[in-house]
Design a protein around this ligand. Sequence first.
Ligand code: NDP
Length: 325
Amino acid sequence: MSASTQVAITGAAGQIGYQLAFRIASGQLLGHGQSITLRLVEIAPAMQALEGVAMELEDCAFDSLEEVVATDRLEEGFRGADYVFLVGAKPRGPGMERSDLLTENARIFSRQGAVLNEHADEHAKVLVVGNPANTNALIASSNAPDMDPRNFSAMTRLDHNRACAQLAARTGHHVSTVRRMTIWGNHSATQYPDLSQATVDGKAATSLVESNWARGEFITTVQQRGASVIKARGTSSAASAANAAIEHMRDWAHGTPGGDWVSMAVPGDGSYGSPEGVFFSYPVRCEDGDWEIVRGLDLDEFSQEKIRITGEELLDERAAASDLM
Ligand code: NDP
């Protein structure tokens, strides 16, 4: 086995963290031959629960798990980290406005960015899952001046996977035959799930589904899928979120398979009418540990308007958190 790879997870005793830690320790992120040290980070009140998680990890006797570090100190949690999953975030409490949520989380993610800058590997890949994920990624990256902003991203992969699954179900094909799906913009209700470029079993998705569905029910179903899971399960999606986080990081590190693309929120470069200076979800291809936005797609007016709307929301979020950048 090669030297142990350091994988840090914040909010590690939470719902998503609980799924993520075991799957990563079992080799599902980097392969079974790669030794892993898990660096699990929690806030002080959750440390007892985190000790329980560490005990269960030990009890799994995973071949590839070298060590578990459980801590409420970010400096220790992020020390030498190669891969970082920023999952823990303050949830919206009763009577809290969205702007309050932004400000509370901006404080958390600005400090995390600064500590990553000092203690993580300078080439660490950082994935932000905790909401508002796009703006939290922007804040963390802007507080880590020695790290390349390209090494930060926010998760829209669960939305991407949900969109693929909805299109597969609608067309009666297996989800593995769906390619070139895109989530544009913010991981929020303004996200734009776009099947206009997608194919199903090699055929254009637009030739297989009605335009009204593609522009209506398809989009709202993907946007509201999280709420539907909460209604059914009584608690928010965690296994599918952890699965998406692993797929996001794995493809980033090892490449997108088969010439397909995936959706990742990365630093906006103005392409397709998106704003610069925010983290915006685009279609991306990954290779050799890096990503590139897919170029040259022909987008209709409907798509351009959706991209404009979600981009405006991200600019508003950035303005609300500007003090901490
Ligand atoms: P979860 O593990 O369910 O969720 C963690 C974060 O992921 C939330 O911000 C959640 O957003 C977000 N998320 C992103 N995508 C999804 C998705 N598709 N489905 C569900 N969640 C998604 O939260 P828990 O409350 O179980 O655990 C959070 C942990 O973080 C706790 O153990 C807590 O102690 C810790 N924490 C850490 C903080 C810190 O680091 N300073 C601050 C506060 C808590 P959303 O809320 O919008 O669903």
